[in-house]
Design a protein around this ligand. Structure first.
Ligand SMILES: Cc1cc2nc3c(=O)[nH]c(=O)nc-3n(C[C@H](O)[C@H](O)[C@H](O)COP(=O)(O)O)c2cc1C
Length: 200
């Protein structure tokens, strides 16, 4: 089951309604569930107050949904997400902290967000790793990193949104992939060599 944002977690806190949504899919025989995008511990990682946070006690109901007893042998992993400067076009909501992006751009020629400092980048990578360790602790079988659809990791990939002149930017896709590579390395270090993970 592909990750699908649902926006049913008021103030970022998934309730038992969220856990039971996944349990019903597992009970109906879904073999591998990837959760809706769940955001890492950064002040502006979400663009909708109703998407679930994936840190602290708030994510426990998601973890409960993943337990073997609930999935009946099926597997489940959270999708770890940071939206970068991408707004949610369905709602007019912004976090009460500055939105962040690689170069203060959300699309070609469209300014949004503050260009991330080295410290912000380092903390974001660490936050992905903490979320990955959290997934292990909660009993998930796998995890997925959201690296597509114009969100933060994807904003680093594209020359039109990544104009950085430091080690996280460059003319080639290989150079602009450095942020993603460092996230993957940190996540791998956090979950160990045997845990499967994917990159969407
Ligand atoms: C309502 C809705 C919410 C979605 N939310 C996410 C999401 O949170 N993360 C993600 O990677 N993809 C999201 N997607 C994309 C889906 O995971 C999937 O890639 C897309 O629907 C194409 O599926 P298909 O390749 O099976 O046709 C969403 C799609 C829909 C319809």
């Amino acid at each position: 089951m592909a990750p699908m944002t649902r926006s049913f977690s008021r103030d970022g806190i998934p309730g038992d309604n969220v856990a039971s949504y996944y349990r019903r899919r597992a009970a109906a025989g879904v073999g591998l569930i990837l959760s809706e995008g769940t955001v890492i511990e950064r002040p502006a990682s979400r663009n909708d107050p109703s998407v679930p946070a994936f840190h602290g006690d708030t994510s426990l109901p998601l973890g409960a949904a993943s337990s073997r007893a609930c999935t009946g042998g099926g597997k489940m992993g959270p999708q770890l997400w940071h939206v970068g400067a991408m707004p949610d076009k369905r709602i007019s909501w912004t976090p009460n902290v500055p939105v962040e992006s690689p170069s203060g751009l959300v699309a070609p020629g469209i300014a949004r967000g503050e260009a991330m400092s080295d410290a912000a980048i380092a903390d974001t990578i660490a936050a992905f790793a903490r979320a990955a360790a959290h997934a292990r602790r909660l009993g998930f079988d796998t995890l997925e990193l959201h690296g597509a659809h114009g969100y933060l990791i994807d904003q680093f990939f594209w020359d039109a949104t990544n104009k950085r002149s430091d080690a996280y930017g460059g003319k080639s896709l290989k150079e602009r992939s450095r942020f993603a590579v460092e996230v993957i390395r940190a996540v791998r270090a956090a979950v160990g060599p045997t845990s499967p993970s994917s990159f969407a």
